[in-house]
Design a binder for this molecule. Structure first.
Ligand code: BTN
Length: 250
């Protein structure tokens, strides 16, 4: 389904925004994909910028609609991260996952994911999952990014064709999404944990900057909850489920 409706744009503001607008106008099939050679206004979590040079990295968004309550949409970020992680490992790149939306290699970010709801009701939810995967970014350009970053080129030592990478990532994503549809989130969560770089490690979870009631919490990352929540075990052994925030690994 994900390979049936792919639209490539030379340049857009943000593939997430373009696809969400198309969905709101109507007539977009479930599983449609918008990809772009360049995003002039690429967005990350917490309204951060997602910057890439033209034609170097992969930036795309997938439209997903489910007949499930909106709360059950959240784990698509983790399902997508697992799919990208599996794809990279299949190419010999030692990808690790960081909650909730990062794919890292040796602590350097290679991929970020931004899932945004477009429409929802009591028993349905639709949204776009945006994936930014660093494919052919050179080491000198990765060094200009304000946080540690890497790319497939840097890790594998060779260039990759963007269209091929897109097709292969979408195939893996489709397989993980249908696995979740058939078998639920639990088996995905166990695979995600196995690929996670902070399972059983002390972490600080900084509350969502947009949520004034959230706090910064310390503890050990104990795994994922049934809805993809971060389970944090504190020094008294109590486990708290955290819905959103940023993880710092110690
Ligand atoms: C993050 O790490 O904060 C998430 C980054 C998500 C970037 C992708 S690139 C394709 C899609 N379009 C956007 O504007 N953002 C996502």
């Amino acid at each position: 389904m994900l390979l049936d409706n792919i639209t490539w744009f030379e340049e857009v503001g943000s593939t997430n925004s373009v696809l969400a607008d198309m969905v709101r106008r109507g007539g977009v099939a479930n599983g449609s994909v918008v990809a772009a050679g360049y995003q002039s206004g690429g967005r990350g979590r917490h309204s951060r910028q997602w910057l890439t040079q033209p034609g170097v990295n992969l930036t795309f968004s997938v439209y997903l609609r489910y007949d499930i309550p909106p709360a059950e949409f959240a784990p698509v970020t983790l399902v997508s991260a697992l799919a990208v992680g599996r794809y990279l490992r299949g190419r010999g790149i030692d990808a690790r996952l960081k909650w909730p939306n990062d794919v890292l290699v040796s602590g350097r970010k290679i991929c970020g994911i931004l899932a945004e709801t477009v429409d929802s009701g009591a028993d349905f939810c639709s949204g776009v999952v945006g994936i930014g995967l660093n494919v052919n970014m050179a080491a000198a350009d990765a060094a200009k990014i304000d946080k540690p970053a890497t790319s497939m080129l840097i890790e594998a030592g060779s260039q990759f064709a963007l269209h091929t990478v897109l097709t292969e990532v979408l195939e893996e994503l489709e397989s993980q999404l249908s696995r979740r549809q058939c078998g639920g989130f639990a088996p995905i969560a166990r695979d995600w944990e196995a690929m996670c770089c902070h399972l059983g490690r002390p972490v600080t979870v900084a509350g969502d900057a947009d949520d004034k009631t959230s706090k910064t919490l310390e503890g050990v990352f104990a795994g994922l909850g049934d809805g993809g929540e971060l389970l944090l075990r504190d020094s008294r052994g109590e486990v708290r489920a955290i819905m959103s925030g940023d993880v710092v690994i110690h």
